[in-house]
Design a binder for this molecule. Structure first.
Ligand code: SF4
Length: 488
């Protein structure tokens, strides 16, 4: 950029402005390499455009603003414009360019590298000394409302019908019409609508075998809804607009509808890995991915601190094979290898078992005394009234049975070493470090918009999560650098 006469105004920005520090300490040029394969510099695109758009995304997350608001604010904010490297009188890109860059350029595969690059910058600057990572998960509410099964089906059908007619008006007469439900149909309304959605999806595929873009997207959603066994039990897809969002549990009594972010971070509070899943997913299953992302970023890991959800047999074995010390309290349900019957899942936040139909156990009991050793079991009880009406009861619930239970045998001695370690002072002292990750989760939510999804779908939620962790890492990087400079 050639500085214009108006660039003199930038002298008004205080020397200690946070954006000046960020600009001095953080290298944003890595973004050019990341988006090169998905970016066209021809046809008049300025060579520095990727960095300018990425810096705009950075400001957007830092100040928690929408696509439109960040452009409006930057237009009149000297510090923002200076940070972008443009002249005060220069125009800014259209907000739609920002979302295209985020979804098509970054989302096309480079987004994971965004986090890795900031972690590597921290390592190069000597800011990461600890060989410990702490893992945890947090949740984000979906951008859309929860719907009842009939609304999901009707909405998905209307959206598919509308998009096909908009692009191919001549096909309107060939598509099956939305059934008008009469009063006497109400009981079977969901089944009628399910049949209609399946029929509509098949007709579209037949009429438009090479469909693409928004039609393909709506066909994919229709198929997922039709094939979702939990839909009618009100436990599966709950939004035709955001079918990836799921119902999850924060505790025994509190639930949410949305997504989960699983994160790993160092003791210096630098986030090294992020995985985004639907709200109902199991935290422990993300362990390997978080560990591998952390190792790939160049962090040496000698110790993992996490809660009981990560004490699964596979996770403990993985740590043992890599000579990593688990500072993870054991939970008999998790560390005995999880649940054996397919479709049943244990939720450690709520401490209940969820069955394939999405119902959760209503109470639990321990069977057998401590003296009986390996014959002790944890028994979870389900509501038989729900089982009687369950569409998946075949092979699960015998008609006339007085109870429906799920038992987990408590086997202690396989983990004797870990049980002994759990009693040690070292364990007690190290596990006290775990809450610092909860503060990090709170920062992501309170200041950077992770309480609620800004966009719909797992793909966009993932981009939001990674950009947000990039920003909080940059904030932390500045603090750690200043601390290091003042100590030397
Ligand atoms: S029969 Fe009962 S436990 Fe089995 S899937 Fe249905 S509701 Fe769940």
């Amino acid at each position: 950029m050639t500085a214009s006469f108006h660039a003199e105004l930038y002298k008004l920005i205080p020397e200690d402005h946070p954006l000046r520090k960020i600009n001095e300490i953080v290298d944003f040029t890595f973004i050019h390499d990341l988006v090169r394969s998905s970016y066209c510099e021809h046809y008049g695109r300025p060579a520095n455009e990727p960095e300018l758009l990425f810096r705009l995304l950075f400001l957007q997350v830092l100040y928690n603003l929408s696509d439109e608001r960040i452009i409006q604010e930057t237009q009149v904010n000297l510090a923002y414009k200076w940070f972008l490297g443009v002249n005060p009188e220069d125009n800014l890109p259209d907000p739609s360019q920002l979302s295209r860059f985020r979804n098509h350029r970054l989302g096309a595969g480079a987004v994971d590298e965004v986090l890795i690059s900031v972690v590597r910058q921290c390592i190069e600057k000597g800011l990461v000394k600890s060989k410990t990572i702490i893992m945890d998960s947090t949740h984000t509410l979906a951008a859309s409302q929860k719907q009842k099964p009939l609304e999901v089906l009707r909405d998905a059908a209307k959206r598919l019908f509308r998009v096909v007619v908009k692009k191919h008006p001549k096909l309107e007469k060939k598509l099956p019409k939305l059934p008008g439900l009469r009063k006497e149909d109400q009981e079977d309304a969901e089944k009628i609508m399910l049949q209609y959605l399946a029929n509509l999806g098949e007709t579209v595929e037949l009429l438009l075998p090479d469909h693409e873009g928004s039609i393909s997207e709506k066909v994919r959603i229709a198929k997922a809804i039709v094939e979702d066994e939990r839909l009618l039990a009100n436990k599966g897809i709950m939004s035709a607009i955001d079918p990836d969002a799921r119902f999850g549990w924060k505790s025994n009594t509190k639930s949410f509808f949305g997504y989960k972010e699983h994160i790993a971070m160092t003791e210096e509070e630098i986030i090294t890995a992020v995985e985004v899943t639907e709200g109902s997913s199991d935290d422990g299953k993300q362990f390997k991915e978080l560990l591998n992302q952390t190792l790939d970023a160049g962090i040496e890991v000698h110790e993992v601190i996490a809660d009981t959800a990560y004490s699964g047999k596979d996770n403990l074995e993985e740590m043992k094979s890599k000579q990593i010390q688990p500072v993870v309290p054991l939970n008999p349900i998790v560390h005995n290898g999880g649940l054996r019957q397919e479709g049943f899942e244990y939720n450690k936040d709520a401490d209940f078992v969820i069955c394939p139909a999405g119902q959760h156990s209503i109470r639990k009991a321990v069977q057998g005394s401590k003296q009986s050793g390996n014959s002790r079991s944890l028994v979870f009880y389900f509501d038989t009234e729900k089982c009687k009406a369950c569409p998946l009861k075949e092979g699960c619930f015998k008609p006339g049975a007085k109870s429906k239970t799920y038992s987990i045998r408590i086997v202690a001695e396989h983990y004797q070493e870990q049980i002994e370690f759990e009693k040690s002072d070292t364990f007690k002292e190290r596990i006290c470090r775990r809450p610092i990750i909860e503060h990090k989760n709170a920062e992501l939510k309170r200041y950077h918009g992770m309480t609620k999804a800004k966009y719909r779908g797992l793909f966009r939620m993932r981009i939001q999560a990674i950009l947000t962790t990039f920003v909080v890492n940059v904030k932390r990087m500045i603090k750690l650098t200043e601390k290091m400079q003042s100590a030397s």
